[in-house]
Design a protein around this ligand. Structure first.
Ligand code: PLP
Length: 380
């Protein structure tokens, strides 16, 4: 059987991309905020329903510069249940990450535990909309206002997500989106920062371009994080397809939900009231007795199905962060990291394959579902 990978990049029709980049052979303008760059920025502000956006060469540098833009100091409260990038962006800004436990149902930062972590050194909160699931944005905003903290969301997974019709980009002081090849929308590599205050536009433009503020002036210790024209062209050609791709993802997720609903000891992702999600990932948590996550991963790999322990290990268990906090302080995150996998999910995954994968998992179940139990009773 052909291997089923956990993800597969979306690509536009070849001819469309070639058409989009053809003009670059006339202009010879390949990077530094060219025509494609400006066009993509406009299209994305529309799609994400947000007034301010700055493009970057990748999501990680977008997050680093978003954090840098606020001149923070001291400690930043964040989640240990995320991709390495989130914490690295904090630490590479000279800040100290303080890990907050996660909610056992949404896997996002447990907002009720934030206030106990605030000290006089705390300057910001960096929560993550993991898997495209929305954080407790209202409670986080309330806490941030009360304690005068900045909120910078890692929205790498949340492209196109909306809360009661409002784009996810509009929550917090800033939000970072990733357009990496494996994300719902891609520019090969790429990212963006969305933000509330207009002044940040200039600041981010300077930070991503060596801190250069004029032809003969350099005011900031900037880096280089500009998106080039070929990336922007990929975004322009991919964007018209993204709504359709999300619809296909939805059908896949609904199929998984149906097929796995009555498997005992499995926790599936829950629908959030008022949220339009993007079906970015399909995590399942083996929380029932008898399940062994690692054995499931190996058994599926043997059958040609590649899944991901996403996120494992917990960031607080990384070699480079072990000294910061003992992860026993975050028991929910620790448990979920030990029990979670994400299943294959990309627009072109067929429902036949989804059913096949689901069946494999059902058959590995150490416990029988009620339906199977009753059919066994009937046999007696
Ligand atoms: C992908 C991702 C990033 C980094 O984005 P890149 O575009 O790959 O640099 C950051 N945070 C999370 C949660 C991600 O999934």
């Amino acid at each position: 059987m052909k291997k089923i990978q956990v993800t597969r990049s979306s690509m536009p029709p070849f001819e469309r991309y070639i058409e989009e980049i053809r003009g670059l052979w006339d202009s010879h303008w390949l990077t530094n905020m060219g025509e494609k760059h400006e066009k993509l920025a406009d299209l994305l502000m529309d799609y994400l329903k947000t007034p301010h956006l700055s493009l970057f060469t990748n999501g990680h540098l977008a997050l680093e510069d978003a954090i840098a833009a606020f001149d923070l100091s001291g400690e930043v409260i964040t989640t240990p249940f995320t991709f390495s990038s989130t914490t690295h962006a904090i630490v590479r800004n000279g800040l100290i990450p303080v890990f907050c436990d996660i909610d056992p149902e949404t896997y996002t930062m447990d907002a009720s535990k934030i206030e106990s972590l605030i000290t006089e050194r705390t300057s910001a909160i960096v929560p993550v909309h993991v898997y495209g699931t929305v954080c407790d944005v209202e409670e986080i905003e309330r806490i941030a206002k009360k304690h005068n903290l900045k909120v910078i969301y890692d929205a790498a997974h949340a492209f196109g997500v909306e809360v009661n019709g409002k784009g996810i980009a509009n929550f917090g002081d800033a939000a970072m989106f990733s357009f990496h090849a494996t994300k719902v929308f891609n520019t090969i590599e790429g990212g963006a920062v969305t933000f509330q205050d207009e002044w940040l536009n200039e600041r981010l433009n300077h930070l991503k371009n060596f801190g250069i503020t004029g032809t003969e002036t350099v005011e900031y210790v900037g880096g280089n994080a500009k998106m080039n024209e070929f990336q922007a062209a990929m975004g322009i050609t991919n964007l018209p397809y993204v709504t359709g791709e999300i619809a296909k993802r939805q059908a896949i997720v609904e199929c998984y939900m149906n097929e796995l609903a009555d498997v005992p000891g499995l926790r599936l992702i829950q629908h959030q009231e008022g949220v339009k999600t993007n079906y970015a990932y399909f995590p399942i948590v083996f929380e029932g007795e008898g399940w062994n996550r690692n054995e499931v991963v190996d058994a599926l790999a043997e059958k040609g199905v590649i899944v991901r322990k996403y996120f494992y290990p917990l960031i607080s268990d990384y070699d480079c962060y072990k000294h910061l906090s003992c992860s026993e302080e975050n028991p929910v995150a620790k448990r979920i990291a030990d029990q979670v996998i994400t299943l294959p999910l990309y627009a072109d995954l067929s429902l036949v394959e989804v059913k096949k994968i689901s069946k494999m998992i059902r058959e590995m179940s150490p416990l029988k579902s009620e339906k199977e139990q009753s059919s066994q009773l009937n046999l007696k």
